[in-house]
Structures are given as C-alpha cells and as structure tokens.
Design a protein around this ligand. Structure first.
Ligand SMILES: [Zn+2]
Ligand SMILES: [Zn+2]
Length: 335
C-alpha cells in the first residue's frame, strides 16, 4: 500500500509499506482522514521522545471498515468508523481500574505502531467506533481531540459554572466547546490574539494572558478566583499560576505536557488553605462515543476549523508547518 513514511526527524516520504492484515480480534480500516496533531509534528521535528522510526504516524483516524479479523463480528465492511488510538495492556493497576489511558505499558497507534497516514491501518476491534449518521469522515477524525475535551470536563466535573481555560490551542478549543455544552461560562486566556479571536467565534469570553492576567481573573470573579481552571498551555509558569487564580474549594485540571524532569512549585499552604483539587487529565478513556455524539448533533462545531491537505503531499505539508506552525489552526490529511 501507499503510505507516508517518517524515516527520521525532517525525513518523510511517500512510499510503499506492506499492507497490514487484521490479526484475530483486529479490524482493517481503509483510511479516509487523519488529523495532524502536535505529537505528529514532534515526530517530524525529532522532539517526540517515544518516536520510533521508520513509522507511519497519525492517530486521529477515520475511515471505513475494510476487513474483519478472525473472531470479530462487526461493524460490517464499508461502515464509517473512527479509531481510538490508545491500547492498554489490560493488566497493570491503571488498566485494572478502568484507566487504560494511563497504562504503564501504553501503546499508541501512530506512535508505537503504524497509524493513519496510509491507505490502510489495523486496530483492535474494541477501539473501533461507528460514526453516527450526519457526521462526515473528515470531521469525525476530530473524535480524538474532542474526546480529550470530554475527558478534561469529566475529570474536572465541570458543570454550569465559571471555567477559566488557559491556552487557546487545539486542545483548549476542544475543552471550550465541551464545557459550554455542560452549561459552563468559559473565559479563555492566551498570549496569541489570533487564537483568542478563534475562541471568541466559538462563544468564549477571552482575555489576553499578559503580566496582569491574575488581576484580571480576580476582577472578573469578584476577587474569589475561578471555580475551575483548565491548563492547556504547556507553560510551567501558567500551570503554577493556576493555584493563585483558583477559588477556594475549586478544581484545577492539568492537560499540559512538560518535558521529563520539569518541576512545578506552589505556595504549599494554599493546598490546604484553599482545599483545591488538582487533577491531571491524560488523553481520554471511554470518551469517544460522547465525542462523536457531540459532533454529530452539532453541539460541538470545533472540526470546522480544519484545513484539509492531500495526504500524499505530506512531505511538503510537514516542511511548511515546521517553518510556520501558526499557518493553520488544525490540519487534517485526507486521501
Ligand atoms: Zn492528537
Ligand atoms: Zn496497562
């Protein structure tokens, strides 16, 4: 089959790769669309510590069922589906308590094994989700990032209340719309004005994240701080500032990823004084059906930010995006 092969950092080509066969319990998917995520860019840029080369990247995958492996009863060939890319071992503690997203032996499709930047890919049958009627395959490929928003809202138990989202990148936007559908009033902060304009289009109140952010947040909340803060910045100062901006009794949801070894520090007394809840939120588990439903019903319109690229132009697209990361809000390869 034809595939986009990542040979190493800054070395990607369109070439031939052996067409996978579905093993027992697996499904072969004919890929329709596959999103471009920061993780894929990091593989290209040589910044993903888990990258294995050569590899077929792409973990935000939609397509149609092409073939069922032994022992798999459906969905029938031709059915539109999305692929949940996280494969837990099923045996470690987090897997045993239903948190396979934090599996200590986690395998990610498109990182540890071939993903969606190809004509075909295989995945375990239990990670295949049928796309609801009315949702296009290109938009359905956003199930993965929208599921991250669902997971963050579940972790933060977000309801009809004020929520501050730090970071208006693709993940901040995914959190924004899911939180709004739960009744939240969302204030979103970012350093980049252009990103805030996009957030405003999705109904967020926006604030520029400058050196006065803390004061603006306190003013906006009658000095109380926000009941819920979601950090999706990847910036350590932003993470540390959440402790100052959260209301007493409030919750902080941390989505940001940091380099191994980076430490955060807080005024320790605030942990008890405010009795705040700080939770991490990693990828998603069990969130794909809700994410697909939110998109199919029109409650989440986030996939409309997508810029489509032809998959077979991937070498040029990666080079362009490496040169100018702000060129598009969110890219998706279609074939
Ligand atoms: Zn992703
Ligand atoms: Zn596990």
């Amino acid at each position: 089959m034809r595939a986009v092969i990542m040979n190493g950092p800054f070395d990607v080509e369109v070439g031939a790769w052996e067409t996978p066969k579905p093993a027992p319990g697996e499904v072969l998917v004919s890929v329709a669309a596959s999103g471009i995520c920061a993780g894929d860019m990091y593989c290209y840029l040589g910044k993903n510590p888990y990258a294995i080369y050569p590899q077929i990247c792409g973990h935000e995958i939609s397509g149609t069922v092409a073939e069922l492996g032994e022992g798999v009863s459906g969905p029938a060939p031709g059915t539109p589906v999305v692929v949940e890319p996280f494969i837990g071992c099923g045996e470690c503690y987090p897997c045993r308590i239903g948190k396979s997203n934090c599996c200590v032996n986690l395998r990610i499709i498109g990182v540890h094994q071939p993903g969606g930047y190809a004509e075909y890919m295989v995945a375990p049958a239990e990670l295949i989700h049928v796309v609801p009627a009315g949702l296009s395959l290109v938009h359905a490929s956003f199930a993965e990032p929208v599921a991250i928003g669902v997971q963050a809202c579940r972790r933060g138990e977000i309801g009809a209340e004020d929520v501050l989202v730090l970071g208006s990148g693709p993940i901040g936007l995914a959190v924004l719309e899911v939180a709004q559908r739960r009744g939240a009033q969302v204030l979103i902060a970012d350093v980049v004005r252009q990103r805030l304009e996009t957030a405003a289009k999705f109904g967020a109140e926006t604030v520029v994240a400058d050196e006065h952010l803390l004061q603006k947040v306190l003013d906006r909340s009658r000095g109380e701080g926000f009941p819920v803060i979601v950090d999706a910045t990847g910036n350590i100062q932003a993470l540390e500032s959440t402790v100052d901006m959260v209301a007493s009794g409030g919750r902080i949801v941390v989505l940001s990823l940091f380099k191994q070894g980076v430490r955060a520090s807080f005024p320790a007394l605030d942990l008890t004084r405010k009795e705040m809840t700080i939770v991490g939120s990693r990828a998603s588990v069990g969130c794909f059906p809700e994410a697909l439903e939110l998109m199919a019903s029109g409650a989440v319109t986030y996939p409309t930010i997508a810029t489509e690229f032809n998959l077979w132009k991937a070498p040029q697209v990666f080079a362009d995006l490496a040169e100018n990361p702000a060129k598009v809000q969110k890219g998706v390869f279609v074939r």
